[in-house]
Every structure is written in structure tokens, then in C-alpha cells.
Design a protein around this ligand. Structure first.
Ligand code: ZN
Length: 502
């Protein structure tokens, strides 16, 4: 356990370490790994542990960099189970939340992510009705122990629910940014600044002047990342290109991360490459919700890409499951193209290693944390996931090809232990107890204080109570059909409005 002002050590003994070489190839190596406080301090054979070291026997285990989820809406845990037969338009209008609901949803979502081996998450946080909503979201992230980038989203608000759902067209940036400014002065958040501040804005519904002012202010405040959906779906005609809007206004840059680039053009790809922008694909939500095929494993997109889960209300939080979906859908798409054209280059298409890299080293680079996380490297943060190698699902693949074992065979059950920032958050298959901080400042208490208060079952109860309350509220404020129709009308009006005021 990590303690203040004191060195603490964890030794991972004798595991199969998945180490990236300088060309991003993964070289499995039997070795020891020593963690000192929050960082990997040594990788070597037969490391003699300093006194007081916690030793984890990894003889039958795979030791992997923790997974990085670069696009997720963390607050939506209460909506799980609602969307299994829905497309994007149905999903959009299904929630109204209070700060406490946001806390419950975010905390549960982060713990679910840790349970499946994710150690870092980018939150595209579009519930910002008050500064309490923001603070409760960040508090939930800190309490879980995950590493995060909280991207505060300026988003059109619902102005009326009756008789038809209606969104506000005019975003008053000054008002919208007030809560953001408050957060900007308080950042970083949580122990070791584990939760960073980012910014999010969904480009196509916003007038260019508002967009430019928002980007400028976010950058002036030193946000870690700016993210935007660039969704183009056939269910809403004439959606403008968010990439073109960003490019035309000179806003693309290496601090920008764009999600859902399924329908990106060659020209847009060039702009993105030139500006050093990165992309996030969310394979399972994209194939369900009508975005199209994920592009992250297409050869031209892979170097710029990363992977995310979008929402735990839509699909699994497992990054290996998302990577596996991207791998097989890309292979199927390429083979179908070959069959159509009567051609074949003799290969299967993308490799499992490429899919693994999307969730590790490429994910880290996509969010400007390539020097800190994403690989098992001495000096980097100790964000690590340990897989059991000898379960019915994993054996003997874990001995033959550890990457195949993780990407094609593993499930959440095989995630044995998860370490974030040098702190064990899941141990021998079970989530550890958490300590919920009183506030979001960098000095807020965390589970290293020794006062572990909440078990997962307590969080599950909070979540269930919150869901029941939300369900009761929802039935009083909107009708499904009128909400859907109102949403379509509002989106179309918002896009026309943004165009008119160009
Ligand atoms: Zn999204």
C-alpha cells in the first residue's frame, strides 16, 4: 500500500511481461517488475525486494500495460439495459440527472472499467447543468482510483421536455464556461493529479465564433485535451463535416482527439495527419448505433487511432472485447471488399498485436500521455493489469501467444489484479474497497489513507436507488416518441442555425 512521504514497493514476481520494443512490437518476457510508489522502477530477473515489499506471485500470469479507454461518457451507468435494440436517436434522450446521480453513475462506470483492466479513461462529460454536477463527476472518478481526463463539454441544453423535447440553439458561452473556469482554477484533481481537466465541444451544432472562442479559452486554461464527436450518420441528412469546420477555423492541433471518424474522407484524413490530431473508435457502439464500420485498424488510420467504449449503457467496458470487435469487423470488411473486386493480397488484414496496441501504447499517445503510460517501461506510471494465464479460457493460448490470449480469448473474469498509479484497485479477481474523498482537490483523501469505506456492493446499491429515482422522474417528463421527434427537429434546427450565422 502506498503511504505519504514514504517509499512503498510492490514486486510482480516471475510473470510474463508484455513489453513494447521501439517499433511497438510486443515482446513477451519472463521477468520480475518492481513498483516504487506510483512508478515502475525496475524490470529484471530475480529482483531482491526491499524490506516491506508486497510480493505478487505472477508465475502463471500475463502482466500487461493497463488499458486506455479514449472515449467514454462515464455518467450513464443507470441507463444500462435500455439501449439493446436502440440506435443513436433513441439513446440520446433517455436521461435527466442530479449531481448525486452523476456521482453514482460515474463511480460505478469507473469501477466497471477497472474491473475489466482499464486504468485510464477519457470522459466526454456532457452533463454540466451545474458546478455540483461537474464536481460530483470528478469526485466519482477520484473515488474509483482510475486515471482520467475529465473533458468538460459545452453542449446544447434541453429547454423544454413538453409537449416535445426541445434543445436550446444559442449557446451563451460566457455562462456555459463559468463552471469550466472554476474547474480550471482548481485543477489538477485527486492524489498525484490523477484526474486531469480536458474540454469537449460537439462542433456541428455550434456557430464558428462560439467554437473559436471556446477552443481559445480552453487552451488558455491549459486543458490537457480537447475532444469532439465527428459523427456523420445517414439517419440525419446533411450533417456538416465537423472535421471541415474545425479545419476551416484553424482549430485542429495535437491536443485534439476526435471520436467516431467512421465516415471520414481522404481529404479530412490529410488535414488530421498534418495537424497531429488523433482519433478514437468505439467499435461496439459504432456498429450498433448506425455509425458504420470502425476505422481504427484500417492501415491509413491505425497510427493516429485509439479505442474506447463510448458508454457502459450500450456495451461492455472491456477494451480487449472492443479491440477484438474492431479486429474481426475490419478483417470481414477487407475480405468482403476482396471478394467484390476479385482480389486478395494473401493476408488476413490487421493483426491482433495492432488491436492490442490500440488499447495500450497508441491510446497513450492519442491523449498526449505517451511518456507516462501505455507500456511497461521503467520510469512510467505503474498502471498495470495482470491476467490469470491458466483459466479454462486462457490456457494454453497464454503460453503460446499472450496477445492472442488477451485479445481473442480473455474475459473480465481473467483480469486478476489491476494497479493504477501504484495502488492495487482489483486484487485476485475482486474490486478493492474504496475511500470516497470529501472534495476534488489534489490533496483529497484516497484509499491510500487506510480508511477504506465502500465495497462494490455498496456502490451497486447507490446505483440501483439512483436508477429507480431517474426512472420515476422520466415517466413524468417525457414520452418516448415525442422526445425522439423533438430531438431530430432540434438537431436539424441547431445545424441550420449554426450555418446561418457562419
Ligand atoms: Zn460518444
Amino acid at each position: 500500500m502506498q503511504m505519504d512521504n514514504k517509499l512503498s514497493y510492490i514486486l510482480l514476481r516471475g510473470g510474463t511481461l508484455l513489453i513494447h520494443d521501439e517499433h511497438d512490437h510486443v515482446i513477451p518476457k519472463k521477468s520480475d517488475l518492481l513498483i516504487q510508489n506510483d512508478r515502475i522502477s525496475r524490470i529484471d530477473d530475480d529482483i531482491q525486494p526491499p524490506p516491506g515489499t508486497q510480493i505478487i506471485d505472477c508465475a502463471d500470469s500475463l502482466v500487461s500495460p493497463g488499458f486506455i479507454d479514449t472515449h467514454r461518457h462515464l455518467w450513464q451507468s443507470q441507463q444500462k439495459g435500455l439501449h439493446c435494440d436502440q440506435i443513436l436517436l433513441d439513446y440520446y434522450h433517455s436521461g435527466t440527472v442530479k449531481p448525486h446521480d452523476v456521482f453514482c453513475g460515474v463511480l460505478a462506470s469507473c469501477m466497471e472499467a477497472i474491473d475489466s483492466g482499464t486504468t485510464t479513461v477519457v470522459d466526454h462529460a456532457h452533463v454540466n447543468y451545474s458546478s455540483q454536477h461537474n464536481e460530483e463527476a470528478i469526485r466519482g472518478q477520484i473515488a474509483s482510483g482510475i486515471r482520467s481526463v475529465y473533458c468538460y463539454c459545452v453542449h446544447p441544453r434541453v429547454s423544454t421536455w413538453q409537449p416535445e423535447l426541445k434543445l436550446d440553439h444559442d449557446i451563451c458561452l460566457d455562462t456555459e464556461m463559468n463552471n469550466f473556469r472554476k474547474l480550471a482554477h482548481e485543477q489538477p484533481f485527486g492524489p498525484n493529479g490523477r484526474a486531469r481537466l480536458g474540454f469537449a465541444i460537439d462542433t456541428m451544432f455550434v456557430q464558428p465564433k462560439v467554437l473559436k472562442d471556446a477552443f481559445n479559452e480552453a487552451r488558455e486554461h491549459g486543458v490537457h485535451l480537447i475532444t469532439s464527436h465527428i459523427t456523420r450518420v445517414s439517419m440525419m441528412d446533411n450533417m456538416p463535416s465537423a472535421v471541415a469546420i474545425l479545419n476551416d477555423n484553424g482549430l485542429l492541433g495535437p491536443d485534439v482527439l476526435l471520436s467516431h471518424g467512421n465516415n471520414i474522407t481522404r481529404e479530412e484524413l490529410q488535414w488530421i495527419e498534418t495537424a497531429g490530431v488523433h482519433l478514437s473508435s468505439t467499435p461496439l457502439s459504432e456498429v450498433q448505433m448506425g455509425h458504420g464500420y470502425p476505422i481504427c485498424l484500417e492501415p491509413d488510420f491505425l497510427p493516429l487511432s485509439s479505442i474506447g467504449t463510448d458508454s457502459n449503457s450500450i456495451c461492455t467496458s472491456s477494451i480487449p472485447a472492443q479491440a477484438s470487435t474492431a479486429l474481426q469487423t475490419t478483417r470481414a470488411r477487407q475480405m468482403a471488399e476482396n471478394m467484390k473486386n476479385g482480389t486478395w493480397d494473401g493476408t488476413i488484414g490487421p493483426k491482433a498485436e495492432d488491436a492490442f496496441n490500440l488499447g495500450t501504447i497508441l491510446g497513450a499517445r492519442a491523449i498526449s500521455l505517451g511518456d507516462e503510460i501505455g507500456s511497461l517501461t521503467v520510469g512510467k506510471k505503474a498502471d498495470i493489469v495482470i491476467f490469470q494465464g491458466q483459466t479454462p479460457t486462457m490456457t494454453p493460448a497464454s503460453d503460446v501467444d499472450p496477445i492472442a490470449a488477451i485479445i481473442l480469448h480473455s474475459s473480465v473474469r481473467d483480469v486478476r489484479t489491476v494497479i493504477v498509479d501504484g495502488v492495487i484497485r482489483k486484487e485476485n479477481g475482486y474490486l478493492c474497497k474504496i475511500d470516497i474523498p470529501a472534495d476534488i482537490t489534489e490533496n483529497a483523501r484516497n484509499s491510500s489513507s487506510g480508511q477504506k469505506l465502500f465495497e462494490w456492493k455498496d456502490v451497486a446499491k447507490l446505483l440501483r436507488d439512483s436508477r429507480l429515482r431517474l426512472e420515476a422522474v422520466k415517466t413524468t417528463i417525457c414520452d418516448e416518441d415525442s422526445a425522439r421527434n423533438g430531438l431530430i427537429r432540434s438537431f436539424l434546427e441547431a445545424m441550420m442555425h449554426a450555418n446561418r450565422t457562419t
